[in-house]
Design a protein around this ligand. Structure first.
Ligand code: ADP
Ligand code: AMP
Ligand code: ZN
Length: 237
């Protein structure tokens, strides 16, 4: 009882603190680390805008836009889409002063520098950088067994996080698909690109306020608990 009371007080203090400054979060990590899974959790729990550059690009491809057409070949081979295309695409999503969680961006040092400049101009700097760490071999297994919903973009895993009805999204019943870039040869290329081009972003934010590393190999719920903690949110005892 006493513990519960203490926790409720902490919640209240946390919520008051958050009322001043909404979370502006970068979720960073290799492909398959669980960024989308955790970003969706955060955006639903704290009403943050979930900005996934991969999802925006896939939507552009579906709609056949010029951006989608330009991005297609890069995505299919696991390369990064050029920075100028990505940054102008993200800029419009960052307008306004609400909280957000960035999933899959920034992915190069140039993108990180441009993001910092944009946010500094708006007076809304990033206040949390969360790195999800998972070993390469586990990532290959995770991505090979990932299935995605083309309607709501939720992801499932055939073993660790299967849908309730085989092959169908729990939320909207859409038939799940395997992304064309979730095949082993493209996965290996995406991991190479991560180590070469995205790891410098970790060094870029190494001394930023609110940087936390989380073991992404833990179960989804334990990672969620640690992500909450990283945001300074009150977590259940
Ligand atoms: P990312 O957005 O970083 O590419 P996802 O969130 O799509 O990664 O997760 C990749 C795959 O791993 C999905 O199949 C997802 O269900 C599964 N997954 C996510 N987090 C975990 C976890 N903590 N433990 C086991 N599997 C996970
Ligand atoms: P994701 O859904 O995050 O795994 O991204 C899928 C693909 O979209 C990547 O392999 C890249 O080709 C492209 N992409 C997504 N985000 C970015 C980004 N920030 N910079 C460059 N390319 C990106
Ligand atoms: Zn769905």
């Amino acid at each position: 009882m006493k513990r519960l009371f203490l926790w409720l007080c902490l919640c209240l203090v946390g919520l008051v603190a958050w009322a001043g400054e909404p979370p502006r979060v970068i979720l960073i990590g290799p492909p398959g680390a669980g960024k989308g899974t955790q970003a969706r959790y955060l955006s639903e729990k704290y009403h943050l805008s979930h900005i996934s550059t991969g999802d925006i690009l896939r939507e552009n491809r579906k709609q056949g836009t010029e951006l989608g057409q330009k991005a297609a070949a890069y995505m299919d081979s696991g390369k990064l889409v050029p920075d100028d295309l990505i940054v102008s695409m993200v800029a419009e999503k960052l307008e306004g002063d609400g909280g957000f969680v960035l999933d899959g961006f920034p992915r190069s040092e140039a993108q990180a520098v441009l993001l910092d400049t944009m946010l500094a101009k708006a007076g809304h700097p990033i206040n949390s950088v969360i790195l999800l760490e998972v070993k390469d071999n586990d990532l290959v297994e995770r991505l090979s067994l990932r299935r995605s919903c083309p309607t709501c973009q939720r992801t499932y895993h055939l073993k660790s996080n299967p849908p309730k009805k085989e092959g169908l999204c729990d939320v909207d019943g859409t038939a799940l698909i395997q992304r064309p870039d979730d095949k082993e040869d493209v996965i290996r290329n995406r991991l190479r690109v991560y180590h070469e081009q995205t790891e410098p972003v970790l060094r870029h934010y190494a001394t930023a306020p609110g940087v936390v590393k989380i073991d992404g190999q833990l179960g989804i719920e334990e990672v969620q608990r640690r992500v909450d903690e990283a945001l300074g949110a009150p977590v259940a005892p």
